[in-house]
Design a protein around this ligand. Sequence first.
Ligand SMILES: Nc1ncnc2c1ncn2[C@@H]1O[C@H](COP(=O)(O)OP(=O)(O)OP(=O)(O)O)[C@@H](O)[C@H]1O
Length: 471
Amino acid sequence: MSKQVQKIDILIPVKNITRTCSLEDSQLSISDSKETVEIPFRHVVSSSFECDTKTLEVAYVWRKKPKGPLHFAKVTGIVKEPCVESAKEWCEGLTEKAYPGVKRNRRLKVLVNPHGGPGKAVSIFKKTVEPILRAAGCSLDIIHTTHSGHGFEIASKLDIQSFDALLTVSGDGLVHEVLNGFAKHAEPGRALQMPIAPVPTGSGNALSINVLGIKDGFDVVAAAINAIKGSPMTVDLLLVTQNGKSSISFMSQTVGLMADLDLGTEHLRWMGDTRFFVGLLQGLIKFKTCDIELSYKAVEVNKSRMADTLRGKRKLLQEQSSSSPPSSELPTGEPFRPRYSTTETEGWTTFDKSVLYVYAGKGPYVGRDYMVFPVSLPDDGLIDICARCKTSRGELLSTLDDGPKGTTFWNENVHYIKAHAYRIKPLSKNGRLSIDGEAFPFEEFQVEVLPKQASLLSLYNSYALDPDFTL
Ligand SMILES: Nc1ncnc2c1ncn2[C@@H]1O[C@H](COP(=O)(O)OP(=O)(O)OP(=O)(O)O)[C@@H](O)[C@H]1O
């Protein structure tokens, strides 16, 4: 953007006041005699100038309170002399800053699950998300899912050439369906490169928290900004094999207390993520041992080294300029055949302690209140496994506060392993297995990593940990 046009004065006809819109180093500021609103360029959605009417319009999102949610807003006014001549150039300059190196006017496939979470996805999308996507010039192909499995059907036949990204307006269950649909696509490798952008209207919305961060993870406006400006981030997938059949998991598998907490509260979906707290209380009352055998093909078991690797990666990301392109190694070949036989034991370790639960997965958060995998990395080719030993109710209760902070990681009763693969054999019939929040038979299963097989839109080119997060 050339230096000369930094400020434009506009007259807001209704209120008959003058506002000055200024381009600063990293933000747009809009001020009048009473107040100044500062908008980081990342939050600018669009700007336009209509020569005939001399009308300038800027669309953006902003927070009314520093820690509050984002809101969509527009400022529209008549450009005052002598700014008229430079108004078009000003708008172009703002657009360049708002979309640095980002493809604009995206073609988006949008799947809205009317059934997810508290069941408000349809109205939230229409009222809050769609106006932002339209203002950004996106073309939208919107489908409301009509039944369980619909997301799978759509993804498995998706015309992948026609879209730049797929939005799931739902919780994690629909993302699970979509990725499994892509895996069954006629061109699975290419279908899985279609970036997915979650718009959180489910209960847990763990993927959204991992993509947008704990502050914005439930904010559909932040999700809309990611949909229009995020860059593709390569992520590993997980291949789950059970009874000779394989399927894709993108987030987590859990057995024991945490599976009961999730699956045992499905009927309370209307509560949003409060249902997980109810489930935790029920689990604490029962306090059952999870009767399983866990074995894994470990790569790292030292927590300090895992934390060091995470710190190194975060430092590297901070040093990169915000506009540096994401690493996007593309998947190769047919990714969906297990590499490890379910009977091999060489190089596998069997865990020999009795556990309350096992959680394994990718992405730090499994819900707003629990960062199980703080050292998880999107594409390190490893799955993080957390096996929590059974101690006492008091011990578990005393560590609940650590859940959202990720510090349960350091608890000596929490065994943390990074592995290429793992397997779980139930030793009794009663139990639950949750995969990406969905119920699977409580039977033996094996999981292995499919490195760098899928893509998510991201504003940070990594899982969005809070900037102040330390481990
Ligand atoms: N029209 C529909 N009627 C019934 N079920 C549907 C419909 N559309 C999608 N589904 C199913 O709803 C399930 C749950 O959806 P989703 O994951 O979006 O919400 P959630 O479970 O409340 O959120 P989370 O997984 O984040 O906790 C999905 O597995 C999907 O198969």
